[in-house]
Design a protein. Structure first.
Length: 236
């Protein structure tokens, strides 16, 4: 089993406007098919993606209000970033990928306002702890099979000294409490070098907008109806 993981938002219980932190877990059923779909999506929407990645300027002051350059560099495509998509492109993304039964989505929804100050002192600890709880739940409820699991995670928020901790933590906690007999293998990637983490990035961003402002209800319902969105684990 291979699961690709990315996130949207930030963990902070003192930012009222940032109500949620979202983790998207993409369990891949057919890796080759999903990679082909990714390449076709980028190719079919290349010019529009390039347009979306340009700096957004204020109509009055002409100052940059949203910087570009996150998906392209020197006119060359690098990676998909959900934060650069507009509503139309997000809807097109969901429509395109929801036709394919090559993956499943599991979301982790963390309500920032319910977190204590002590709990928020270590962001990596929160991420690891809640990921462990969600995997335990998904395995116990038989959403996920009991087998070895490779987790491929975006590395941008992970400090070097903690990169080996999660693998040991999951194997200790979930094996010792008899949740699974499978082993966990954790690898961190720069998302530029991992197309399927980029897919997780876009789906994380879409769900983040859904819980933050109530957007994309139609798209979330479509993922549920297609049997792709399997479960939302809420914490606390």
């Amino acid at each position: 089993m291979i699961v690709y993981i990315d996130e949207s938002g930030s963990i902070n219980n003192h930012m009222p406007e940032n109500k949620y932190f979202i983790i998207a877990m993409i369990r891949v059923i057919d890796k080759d098919a999903l990679k082909r779909a990714y390449k076709r999506f980028v190719s079919a929407n290349y010019d529009r993606l390039l347009e979306l990645d340009r700096d957004k300027l204020s109509a009055n002051t002409k100052k940059v209000i949203k910087p570009g350059g996150k998906m392209f560099r020197n006119g060359k495509f690098r990676e998909l970033k959900g934060s650069q998509f507009d509503k139309e492109m997000k809807a097109k993304f969901v429509e395109y990928f929801s036709r394919r039964q090559s993956f499943e989505i599991y979301y982790i929804e963390i309500a920032n306002k319910k977190l204590s100050d002590e709990f928020c002192e270590n962001i990596s600890r929160i991420f690891n702890y809640v990921l462990r709880l969600s995997l335990e739940y998904l395995l116990n409820k038989k959403y996920l099979p009991i087998e070895d699991c490779s987790l491929q995670i975006d590395e941008r928020n992970e400090r070097m000294e903690t990169k080996h901790f999660l693998e040991h933590y999951l194997n200790t906690e979930l094996y010792m409490n008899k949740t699974t007999t499978g082993k966990f293998f954790v690898t961190y990637f720069d998302s530029v070098n991992n197309a399927l983490i980029q897919i997780a990035d876009v789906f994380a961003n879409i769900y983040y907008s859904y819980v933050q402002i109530g957007a994309y209800e139609e798209e979330i319902n479509k993922l549920k109806e297609q049997g792709i969105l399997k479960c939302v684990f809420k914490f606390p």
